[in-house]
Design a protein. Structure first.
Length: 228
């Protein structure tokens, strides 16, 4: 009986280790590929900003296409050739320098996670002075790219590849789809209709250094950081 109990405990522990290992993030690679010997790798982004959060049911920012969307706002101070966005749930809290939201700090022990679905959107707000909660609501938002499941991302503890990653190249010839200085947002929800609940790590990256990038859950928090 004792042997059986020890065996069951070992299986649980191994399962936990496997889940942690499955959620280990590799370097965030850009769309630029480089051949090193027999392998072809994606050249890592130069600039990466990370955000730890917790999605709480009932606190969604918008219901769109019958899905409950949450937003993280990003101020991009300079034009860039490409932006990458990825999200993992549950959060990998071992990423150095990650911004930890109050919601995440209060729920960091949670094992809840969700099937991530992400969008990268650009607004028509191009000046810091134009960033207000009201302007963000009435701004024209253009979805540049979206992603549901990415095979490049670690599997979730369930074993499913439900984490997300997208890369968007600037279309210089199209002013509405070029990556220029301005207010952007990462939208996230779950593929299935229903509640979004759990911890997450979101990252926004660029292949060049972008001094002054700011990332926050609300416009008020974004403005406070811009004022620092």
């Amino acid at each position: 009986m004792k042997t059986k109990n020890l065996l069951a405990l070992a299986i649980v522990l191994l399962g936990s280790v496997a889940s942690v290992n499955a959620q280990k993030l590799k370097k965030f690679g850009s769309s630029v590929e480089k051949k090193i010997g027999p392998k072809t790798i994606k050249v890592p982004y130069t600039d990466v900003i990370s955000y730890l959060g917790y999605a709480q049911p009932g606190s969604e920012d918008e219901v769109k296409d019958n899905k409950k969307f949450y937003y993280i706002y990003v101020w991009v101070p300079l034009a860039a050739p490409e932006l990458g966005v990825r999200m993992i749930s549950p959060a990998n809290s071992k990423v150095k320098g990650a911004i930890a939201s109050k919601n995440y700090t209060e729920n960091s022990g949670s094992s809840e996670y969700f099937d991530t679905y992400i969008t990268l959107e650009r607004s028509d707000i191009i000046s810091k002075d134009g960033i207000t909660a009201e302007n963000a609501k009435t701004a024209k938002w253009v979805t540049l790219e979206k992603n549901d499941d990415s095979s490049e991302m670690p599997k979730q503890p369930s074993g499913s590849s439900y984490n997300s990653l997208l890369r968007y190249k600037s279309e210089v010839s199209n002013p509405t789809k070029a990556i220029v200085a301005g207010l952007y947002r990462v939208g996230f929800t779950t593929y299935k209709t229903g509640e979004v609940k759990g911890t997450f790590l979101a990252q926004v990256a660029a292949p060049i250094k972008l001094p002054g990038v700011v990332m926050a859950k609300t416009i008020e928090e974004l403005n406070a950081k811009l004022a620092e």
